[in-house]
Design a protein around this ligand. Structure first.
Ligand SMILES: *Cc1c(COP(=O)(O)O)cnc(C)c1O
Length: 371
C-alpha cells in the first residue's frame, strides 16, 4: 500500500533513539528533550520551545496561555483537521468557524474582518483567533495580524502541518503570538506521536513546560495550586525528533520534488493544484488537487484504491461536521467546494518515481475520460 505521507526515517533516527535508550535517559525528561527544543528554537528564532505529547496538547496549552477561558468565543479556521477545534472545546470555549480564501485555501482575512466587526459591535470579542497553515502553506499573516491587532485579539498559529514553511521569509510557527507544530506519524517530520509549542519569550515557554508537567511547584513535596496536564514529550521520542529535525530540509526538498513531478505529469489532466501565493514558500507536505467535479474526484479515488494507493478528500470543513452542527460560522462556499472536489495525493518523501508515474497514469485515464 502506498500511503499519503508515511514516516521518512532511517539509520540516523534509529541510532539517536537507541543512544538515548542506552544512555539511560528513558525516564521522561533528559538531555535529548532539551536538545530538540534548542534545535527548533534556533531555526525558528523563538526561544520558548516546549516539546509535548501531541500537536493537540500544544494547541490546548497555547489557548490557555493566551488566556482562553470557559465560555469565551474563539475564532477558528473552518477548513482544518478536527484537532484545531477540539482544543477550543477542551478549554470550555466556543469555536466560531471562519471559512477560507480561494487564493490560499487558508483563513479568509475578509471574513475574519467581518466576524471581528460583528463581535466588537456585540461586545463579545473572541479570546483568540486560531489560524491554520494548511497542507504545508502559511495563511496571509500580514492581513490577519493587522485585523487582529486592531481589536487586540491574540493569534494562535496552528502550524501542525507546516513546519519549515515560510511567510515572506519568516518561519511558520512564529507568525502569530504563539505557534504549534505536530510530529504525528503522517506529518512532515515525526516522533511517531508528538508536538511542540513555540513562543517568543523563554518565560512563556517555562510557563507551558510547568503546565505540561502537572503544574508542580518547585519544592520537594508535591505542591499544586492550579490544574496541570501530563502533556510532556518523552525523552526517547525527543531523540527521534531531533534526528528527524536535522533532516527537515532534505525532507522538504524531496516533497517539493514529488510535487514538481505531479505538476509535470498531470499538466494535461484538467486539474488545479493548491494555489501558491507569492508570500509563501510551502513545505510540500501534501500535494492537493481539485478535479472539475466531485464525481470525477470519487472515480479517481476509487481507481487508486484498486491499485493499493491511498488518496483522501481534502478536510471536511468544521462547519459541516455533525459535532459542530450548532456552532456559529462565517462561510463563503470556498471550503465546501474544496471538500467536494479536492483530493490529497500520496506525497511521501520516499515516494518512488515509477510508483508516482503509475499513480499519474491512473489519474490521467480517469480524469480525462468522459464517463
Ligand atoms: C495533525 C494536526 C493537528 C493535531 O496534531 P496531533 O499531533 O495529531 O495531535 C492539529 N491541527 C492540524 C491542522 C493538524 O493537521
Amino acid at each position: 500500500m502506498i500511503h499519503l505521507s508515511p514516516p521518512f526515517v532511517g539509520d540516523d533516527e534509529r541510532s539517536a533513539l537507541l543512544a538515548a535508550f542506552d544512555g539511560g535517559w528513558i525516564a521522561p525528561v533528559g538531555p535529548e528533550l532539551a536538545a530538540f527544543e534548542a534545535s527548533v528554537s534556533e531555526r525558528t528564532g523563538w526561544p520558548g520551545a516546549v516539546a509535548l505529547s501531541s500537536g493537540t496538547a500544544a494547541l490546548h496549552l497555547a489557548l490557555l496561555t493566551v488566556g482562553v477561558r470557559p465560555g469565551d468565543p474563539v475564532f477558528v479556521s473552518s477548513f482544518t483537521f478536527v484537532a484545531t477545534a477540539n482544543a477550543v472545546v477542551y478549554c470550555g470555549a466556543e469555536p466560531v468557524f471562519i471559512d477560507s480564501d480561494a487564493s490560499s485555501w487558508n483563513m479568509s482575512p475578509e471574513l475574519l474582518g467581518q466576524a471581528l466587526a460583528d463581535a466588537a459591535r456585540d461586545g463579545r470579542l473572541p479570546a483568540a483567533v486560531v489560524v491554520v497553515d494548511l497542507y504545508g502553506q502559511c495563511a496571509d499573516y500580514d492581513a490577519i495580524n493587522a485585523i487582529c491587532s486592531d481589536y487586540g485579539v491574540p493569534v494562535v498559529e496552528d502550524s501542525a502541518e507546516s513546519l519549515g514553511a515560510t511567510y515572506r521569509g519568516r518561519p511558520a510557527g512564529t507568525l502569530g503570538d504563539i505557534g504549534v507544530f505536530s510530529f504525528n506519524g503522517n506529518k512532515i517530520i515525526t516522533t511517531s506521536s508528538g508536538g511542540m509549542l513555540v513562543a517568543p519569550t523563554p518565560d512563556i515557554g517555562d510557563r507551558v513546560r510547568y503546565l505540561s508537567t502537572q503544574a508542580r511547584r518547585p519544592v520537594v513535596h508535591y505542591e499544586h495550586d492550579e490544574v496541570g496536564f501530563n502533556y510532556r514529550m518523552s525523552n526517547l521520542l525527543a531523540a527521534l525528533g531531533d534526528a528527524q529535525f536535522a533532516r527537515l530540509d532534505e525532507i522538504i526538498d524531496r516533497k517539493l520534488t514529488v510535487n514538481a513531478r505531479y505538476c509535470e505529469l498531470l499538466a494535461d489532466a484538467g486539474i488545479e493544484f493548491m494555489p501558491a501565493p507569492d508570500w509563501s514558500a510551502w513545505n510540500g507536505w501534501l500535494t492537493c488537487v481539485l478535479f472539475t467535479d466531485s464525481e470525477r474526484r470519487d472515480r479517481v479515488m476509487a481507481a487508486l484504491t484498486e491499485i493499493d494507493v491511498e488518496s483522501r478528500p481534502l478536510w471536511k470543513p468544521m462547519h459541516l461536521q455533525p459535532l459542530f452542527a450548532d456552532a456559529r460560522s462565517y462561510v463563503n462556499g470556498v471550503s465546501d467546494d474544496l471538500f467536494a472536489r479536492g483530493l490529497c495525493l500520496p506525497s511521501g518523501a520516499g515516494l518512488d518515481a515509477d510508483d508516482q508515474g503509475r499513480i499519474c497514469s491512473i489519474i490521467l485515464d480517469v480524469a480525462v475520460s468522459s464517463n
